[in-house]
Design a protein around this ligand. Structure first.
Ligand SMILES: NC(=O)c1ccc[n+]([C@@H]2O[C@H](COP(=O)([O-])OP(=O)(O)OC[C@H]3O[C@@H](n4cnc5c(N)ncnc54)[C@H](OP(=O)(O)O)[C@@H]3O)[C@@H](O)[C@H]2O)c1
Length: 339
């Protein structure tokens, strides 16, 4: 950062949570030009110290007055807090980048993955949207991989099964696994059922159509980000007892046939993707190896021999980084020089 570079006051709503703390790490690592951090959380955390680049900031509770001091407000405190505070923060002059599901499907709010559709941040008249939504973690890692393949071969249908980390449910989700592993029996299970030594095919609430809300987020958000309402996404989302990241098994059917080596080259050249695919040396992505990394890792790339023009692969990304904090900070980076 040069001494003449403009710096920004950044509010973080949810600064004491898993995503909020990761946002602080990512802002620091990526050298974001921060003038001041305004950590915000619930009344429970008022006054808690947050360290950033050797300075201490005290956690406050959200208010319009607080947001009027912020240039950029990164929200990661759940949909209810976003609904309550995002319009007020935008009204007070901050650009809100919201990690919750509150505004993702609002037609007036862009849903952005910088590697895929950063141009959506700007309205047709060139003005910047004052609320920008960050997609669901499972959606982000999938669309980054789908985008270069869709551009080249045109995707018709994706069947996706997820293997999602307990950290996707925040501090409570992470602590629940630790408690269960150490024999502490909870009054009620955070992951609906015991998660230790288990796999629970139930993330978020069931909808009338038999899919969960997490699954329908993958359907609807993917279409919005890719700008293609004809894309079929058929998901099953599953919570498993791991840290480090979410895994997804993808079966992708194209309109056009493909060459497997060209697929690997397209993915290797695409932004934000790291191909890890050498079965002969037992090399493929895993949650533990994606931990604290920003890329989406892709491996097990192979033709589906039983269905024409169809590809199988396995992808992994750290849900707290690229699935949440890193994506939000990358959006904020697009604002630098424009505010
Ligand atoms: N975890 C993920 O992989 C992931 C990925 C993508 C998106 N997200 C989204 O990011 C958000 C946060 O997730 P997380 O995993 O960081 O959860 P978390 O670890 O449970 O943290 C929640 C944060 O929100 C704050 N908070 C809760 N209610 C609040 C209120 N009414 N007013 C102000 N602050 C409030 C909490 O403050 P206290 O400490 O004071 O309770 C805490 O800082 C959620 O919307 C989630 O859907 C999470």
């Amino acid at each position: 950062m040069s001494s003449t570079e403009k710096t920004y006051s950044v509010a973080i709503l949810g600064a004491t949570g898993l995503v909020g703390r990761t946002m602080l790490d990512v802002l620091d690592e990526r050298g974001f030009p921060v003038r001041e951090i305004i950590p915000l959380a619930s009344e429970r955390s008022r006054g808690r110290e947050i360290q950033f680049r050797g300075k201490t900031f005290l956690t406050q509770v959200p208010s319009s007055e607080v947001f009027s001091r912020a240039d950029i407000a990164l929200f990661s405190a759940g949909a209810a807090a976003s609904r309550q505070w995002a319009p007020a923060a935008a009204e007070a002059g901050a650009i809100v980048i919201d990690n919750s599901s509150a505004f993702r499907m609002d037609p007036d709010v862009p849903l952005v993955v910088p590697e895929v559709n950063s141009e959506a941040m700007f309205r047709p008249d060139g003005r910047l949207s004052t609320i920008i939504a960050n997609p669901n973690c499972s959606t982000i890692q999938m669309v980054i991989v789908l985008k270069p393949l869709h551009d080249r071969y045109r995707i018709r249908r994706v069947v996706v099964s997820t293997y999602q980390s307990v950290t996707g449910k925040g501090k409570a989700g992470r602590d629940a696994l630790e408690d269960e592993l150490t024999g502490r029996v909870p009054e009620s299970f955070v992951h609906v059922h015991q998660i230790a030594f288990n796999a629970v095919p139930h993330i978020d609430v069931f909808q009338e159509n038999g899919y969960t809300k997490e699954e329908m987020k993958m359907v609807n958000e993917t279409r919005k980000i890719m700008g293609d309402e004809s894309l079929s996404v058929s998901p099953t989302t599953v919570r498993i007892p791991v840290y480090g990241g979410h895994g997804e098994a993808l079966n992708i059917e194209f309109d056009n046939d493909f060459d497997i080596e060209e697929v690997k080259d397209l993915l290797a050249d695409a932004p934000g993707i790291m191909v890890q695919d050498d079965p002969s040396a037992n090399v493929y992505p895993m949650p533990l190896t994606s931990y604290e990394k920003d890329e989406v890792f892709v491996g097990r790339i192979r033709r589906d021999f039983w269905h024409p023009k169809t590809l199988n692969m396995w992808i992994v990304a750290d849900n707290l980084r690229k699935g949440a904090a890193t994506n939000a900070v990358q959006i904020a980076e697009k604002l630098v020089g424009k505010l």
